[in-house]
Design a protein around this ligand. Sequence first.
Ligand code: G6P
Ligand code: MG
Length: 225
Amino acid sequence: MNRPPPTEPPPAVRGFIFDLDGVLTDTAEFHYRAWQRLADEEGLPFSRAVNEHLRGVSRRESLMLIVQDRAYAEDQLQAMMARKNQYYLDAIQDIRPADLLPGARPLLEEIKAAGLKAALGSASKNAAEVIDRLGLRPLLDVIADGHSVAQPKPAPDLFLYAAEQLGLLPAACAVVEDAAAGVTAAIAGGFRSVGLGPPERVGDAEVIFPSLAGVTLTKLLAALA
Ligand code: G6P
Ligand code: MG
């Protein structure tokens, strides 16, 4: 009798790469409000619904999605990005550990206690400041942020950098994302993927939860098994 050829089981998940904005804390809302203020000042159409497409997208790409085919000189674009960033920086000054989203800290603590690895994988150039304000540094083995790689999500580069720094293969890492661009990046890099939010946004992820609330390590590993 012919046996089917043995199929390689995926390696066990040894590490997690967390997006920041909209995953660990609600700074996605601050990014949105900063863009909305800029768009209103510039008379550019923008809304919360349009903002869904900006989740996880770099500062420059976000601005390009807002200005679309309107002609702006490079120095005008730079000035608008700087203004938006200042609005965002103003908004994050008061962030405290209490601003962590439900479930985020307990999950990171469980990961550490279990001897697994955790990295940040955020496109934001302000991510390190937010992580410090949230008091999360001691729970993260690696910080990969908007300064780490040239190609932003949906390219897999940021997550590949994080996995390399963790010393793990992509297939042994699960990326936790709230953005379509982030889920696409995870899949492109050969990572396991966990989407947080509505299926319309993160439906391509292997595993989907509404948020990290109530998501224990056991639950997460079982869902990925
Ligand atoms: C994250 C956020 C985006 C933001 C991007 C760049 O991916 O989800 O909304 O545009 O980071 O952030 P930055 O702080 O560098 O402008
Ligand atoms: Mg995000």
